[in-house]
Design a binder for this molecule. Structure first.
Ligand code: FAD
Ligand code: ZN
Length: 228
């Protein structure tokens, strides 16, 4: 079976995001996939990129450079234990699913911190090994998130602009940069403001999508997909 890592960022298991997570774990497990969840708030995952991410002496203790230090630490096996554990989960996964509520047109800080700290140079990308040449080639990713705003607000004519503008840094700037292919995002608009019936429909739609997920083709993740 395929291996799936779900990186989940919501504080409350009873939330709509919690329900989406539960569905994904159940459905993918039913398919015979082995599913691992990184429940970031429950783990009290450290989002800050600091000196503490390097075990032992620094490459340059005169002036701290996080990118250089973590790259060097990766090469000599001196990254902190929590990072090594997340990198192992990423390494083993065929598919990365990110499940979260949209915060300020972006992912919650705890999830952004996961990106900042786990996707270290040398592990996820390297000098001239980026985008299609990124080091995490052969993997798929899927951003699954909820919004406060409605679908109309996130249309081309809407006040929020096309939702694809929000996807650009996440899908292209992070996943594609690391060589990971990107599946269509899964967006549940305004779960707080719709009827219970509509919420149930949205949850069913997620289950249905997951049933045929492995047959999907990745998007053509180029600037045109986002801004044409
Ligand atoms: P919840 O409130 O947990 O769920 C909605 C409803 O679904 C609840 O009534 C819950 O009980 C119910 N529910 C849960 N499970 C089930 C189930 N199985 N069946 C039926 N009902 C169920 N929004 C934007 O659009 N753009 C932004 O830039 C933005 N920035 C934000 C910044 C911050 C700091 C915060 C806090 C919010 C922001 N929001 C923004 C809003 C945010 O995206 C939404 O509040 C969030 O996506 C809603 O998801 P939830 O899982 O928290 O919903
Ligand atoms: Zn891209």
């Amino acid at each position: 079976g395929k291996k799936v890592l779900i990186v989940y960022a919501h504080q409350e298991p009873k939330s709509f995001n919690g329900s989406l997570l539960k569905i994904a774990v159940e459905e993918l497990t039913k398919q015979g996939c082995s599913v691992t969840v990184s429940d970031l708030y429950a783990m009290q995952f450290e989002p800050r990129a600091t000196r503490n991410d390097i075990v032992g002496r620094l490459h340059n203790s005169e002036a701290f450079n996080y990118g250089v230090e973590t790259w060097e630490a990766y090469k000599r096996g001196a990254l902190s234990k929590d990072l090594v554990e997340e990198q192992k989960k990423v390494q083993e996964a065929d598919l990365l699913i990110f499940q979260f509520p949209l915060f300020w047109f972006n992912m919650p800080a705890i999830l952004k911190g996961w990106m900042d700290r786990v996707l270290v140079q040398g592990f996820a990308y390297d000098l001239s090994k980026a985008y299609d040449g990124g080091l995490l080639q052969g993997k798929l990713s899927l951003f699954s998130f909820t919004t406060g705003g409605s679908q109309e607000m996130y249309s081309n004519e809407g006040i929020g602009g096309d939702i694809r503008y929000v996807l650009w840094p996440m899908q292209h700037g992070i996943m594609h940069f690391c060589g990971v292919k990107v599946l269509e995002p899964h967006i549940c608009y305004a779960p707080e403001n719709v009827s219970d019936e509509k919420r149930k429909e949205m949850l069913t739609a997620w289950t249905q999508r997951l049933k045929t997920l492995w047959k999907e083709e990745p998007i053509d993740c180029s600037p045109e997909w986002y801004f044409k």
